[in-house]
Design a protein around this ligand. Structure first.
Ligand SMILES: *Cc1c(COP(=O)(O)O)cnc(C)c1O
Length: 386
């Protein structure tokens, strides 16, 4: 096996980005400072959002947690979400004091099935947390119509959807609240990091205070005679502030985002062409409304009946050919915490479980070449066709 290992994901970092990080290190200002401010203002411009309503943090998980916590749940309150997501979507609902209520997904888009959401709404439901899975936007008109009808908040888990469009609007530019991830295997990265965009000024204020120890300099300055080194602590806050070193990365990644998405799209559509007619695979489908997919992952289902091989065996056989694959995701309702705490069990959500048992993420990243991609397809042909 002479060929190099091909990972399923790899960040694309150019020299200008490296130079900016080095400059940041030389500047002596490493923690939250001017580069974070610049990153927030660049993001606000990209998302067509007010800067005060665009907040960066240490991760999307921190953003989800604070956005949910700002809703001030009471015991017994419920938040509707999907089981086909990263555990953080549900974990943060629990951390904020609410019960995660899972709803099944559509087999084609893997997104939450809106028709089933309405049936799950109870007097205790306070919010919906849809996930734009793989970068495919959820049907937001339908989500917001339900939210309006039942007076619910909407926190969109947009960890995969940096640069995705719903109809002709970029995710983050409209609606209630969106949370983005800049983890290294996401569409763009700041090392670790995340951002929240919200139309709720109170939520933005809550997050800006809680992400840094509950410190409110503005409140203090308003009351103080002169600006000073003093500050007030108005809540027991967290340490979720982004560093300038991270923002240095993020600023340059954002500048390349359109190019990253164009490259991902080209590769994803080429996978679709190369796999056309393969009965061992069920390819990801577009929704029936217009959209732009960020193509965070290219994740077909292994048709295990036709392929006569399990998904886990498939991943192992790819590894033996020096090719990495990813698993996004096993259904969250099947994890032991969710089974034990809320009584979820196998059999609850049939589409989620079909996906959970069959989905696999194939290599896809901006610097991947067509030759890399051909290697993946050749390896798969060997596995399926002997
Ligand atoms: C990656 C991810 C998160 C968490 O993002 P971090 O920045 O790693 O905290 C949340 N939700 C989904 C759907 C994700 O894929």
């Amino acid at each position: 096996m002479s060929e190099q290992f091909l990972p399923f994901s790899k960040p694309c970092i150019d020299q200008a980005t490296i130079d900016e990080v080095v400059e940041c290190l030389r500047s002596g200002w490493l923690a939250t400072g001017p580069r974070v401010k610049r990153f927030e203002s660049d993001l606000a411009k990209y998302f067509k959002k007010e800067v005060s309503n665009t907040l960066v943090l240490t991760s999307a998980t921190a953003g989800l947690q604070l956005a949910l916590q700002s809703l001030n749940f009471q015991p017994g309150d419920e938040v509707i979400t999907t089981s086909i997501t990263f555990a953080a979507s549900a974990n943060t609902i629990v951390q904020a004091g609410a019960k995660p209520v899972f709803v099944d997904v559509e087999l084609e888009t893997r997104n939450i099935d809106i028709r089933k959401v309405e049936k799950a709404i109870t007097a205790k439901t306070k919010a919906i947390l849809p996930v734009h899975f793989a970068g495919v936007p959820v049907d937001l008109d339908a989500v917001y119509a339900l939210a309006k009808k039942y007076n619910l908040r909407v926190i969109e888990d947009a960890a995969h959807a940096v640069g995705s469009f719903y109809k002709d609007k970029i995710i983050g530019s409209f609606g209630d609240t969106q949370v983005f991830s800049f983890h290294p295997n996401k569409v763009m990265t700041s090392g670790e990091g995340g951002a929240v965009t919200t139309s709720d000024a109170n939520m933005a204020k809550f997050i800006s205070v809680m992400r840094f120890h509950g410190i409110d300099r503005e409140a203090w300055n308003r009351n103080a005679k002169e600006g000073s080194q003093h500050y007030d602590v108005i809540a027991a806050g967290y340490k979720y502030n982004m560093m300038d070193i991270q923002a240095a990365l993020g600023i340059h990644q954002l500048a390349h985002l359109e190019e990253f998405i164009a490259k991902r799209t080209k590769l994803a559509l080429r996978y679709n062409e190369l796999f056309a007619g393969w009965e061992e695979l069920m390819l990801p489908q577009n929704p029936d409304y217009s959209s732009r997919n960020s193509w965070y992952i290219y994740a077909p289902l292994i048709n295990i009946e036709k392929a006569k091989i399990t998904r886990d065996e498939f991943m192992q056989k790819m590894k033996e050919q020096n090719i990495g694959t990813g698993l996004h995701y096993e259904a969250v309702h099947l994890y032991s915490f969710y089974q034990k705490t809320y009584g979820y069990k196998r059999g609850d959500f049939s589409n989620a479980e079909i996906i959970s048992d069959r989905i696999v993420s194939l290599p896809l990243f901006p610097d991947m070449t067509f030759a890399d991609q051909d290697r993946v397809v050749t390896a798969m042909r060997k596995i399926f066709k002997g």
